[in-house]
Design a protein around this ligand. Structure first.
Ligand code: SAH
Length: 267
């Protein structure tokens, strides 16, 4: 059996319990060496064969994995964050389909969640944004024109930009020309959840400058949106007058126990 395992964003204890069990039982691990914390390999048995895919081609990775599976070994393909984002996982799954080798996926904590934790942020706030756009600037991998940062910016939603730390002057230009105000809150989150994590809060117009001043060139996420600073509305769900399936709302509010609904200023 082959299992694709999401390693989590960095910290070695942010892999799931299930993912950790797969590592403990693995005979072969192929890990994405550029971003997976090598400490995770400490969960593997002494006898486990370990390969770093950073130096391998797809063909080489698949040769190791298919030979292992055919020999009845437990094979783990360890990818950073969660397997559903920017991991080149689909081409491996399709290869296995073609070879009729069974596989499954064990999800992980994506770095965009790690970044939210580092920022003490909630990406969806009532009255501010109820959507998160996960995207990237085009690099060697093209981005379809209909998904341009400029186009997405018109929504003023929360945006998390992967794989683009080397292109911040272009990114901030696209964000502003697309519709975000230059003073929209933004952040550069470097190596979220790793011991060397760094968080730099700024505004959209200062993204490139902020990263440059702090020497951040890669392994960072750019988070943009008014959820990072400003006003929002308190939730309906937890409002004393709101009735849900689980709780009956109160008819009147006693002044001393209730904050008025409406805008809350935070930070
Ligand atoms: N599947 C991964 C993303 C892989 S793409 C996930 O779910 O997180 C690699 C990009 O992810 C990096 O260029 C960087 O933009 C981002 N990234 C990965 N780990 C990160 C971390 N701990 N902190 C900040 N950004 C990270």
């Amino acid at each position: 059996m082959i299992t694709f395992v999401g390693a989590g964003p960095g910290a070695e204890d942010l892999i799931t319990v299930r993912g950790q069990n797969y590592l403990r039982n693995a005979d072969i691990i192929v890990y994405a060496g550029s971003l997976v914390n090598p400490k995770l390999l400490g969960y593997a048995r002494e006898s486990c064969e370990i390969y770093n895919s950073a130096t391998m081609t797809l063909e080489e990775v698949m040769t190791v994995m298919t030979a292992g599976a055919r020999a009845g070994k437990n094979v783990v393909r360890l990818h950073t964050g969660d397997t559903c984002l920017y991991g080149a996982v689909k081409e491996q799954m399709d290869w296995l389909e073609e070879e009729q080798i069974a596989y499954e996926i064990c999800p992980g904590v994506s770095s965009f969640c790690g970044a939210a934790a580092a920022l003490n942020a909630e990406y969806t706030l009532p009255g501010v944004s109820q959507s998160v756009i996960i995207t990237r600037m085009a690099g060697r991998t093209p981005v379809p024109e209909r998904e341009s940062i400029r186009g997405f910016s018109a929504h003023h939603a929360t945006m998390v930009v992967f794989l683009s730390t080397g292109m911040l002057p272009e990114l901030q230009k696209e964000l502003m020309e697309g519709g975000y105000e230059p003073d929209t809150p933004a952040a550069v989150v470097y190596k979220a959840t790793w011991p060397e994590e760094k968080v730099f809060r700024c505004t959209v117009e200062k993204l490139a400058e902020t990263a440059q001043e702090n020497g951040i060139r890669k392994t960072a996420l750019i988070v943009v949106g008014n959820v990072l600073d400003g006003e929002y509305q308190r939730s309906e769900l937890y409002h004393p007058q709101f009735t849900t399936e689980f709780r009956k709302g109160k008819e009147s509010l006693s002044e001393d126990s209730t904050r008025e609904p409406g805008n809350i200023r935070f930070r």
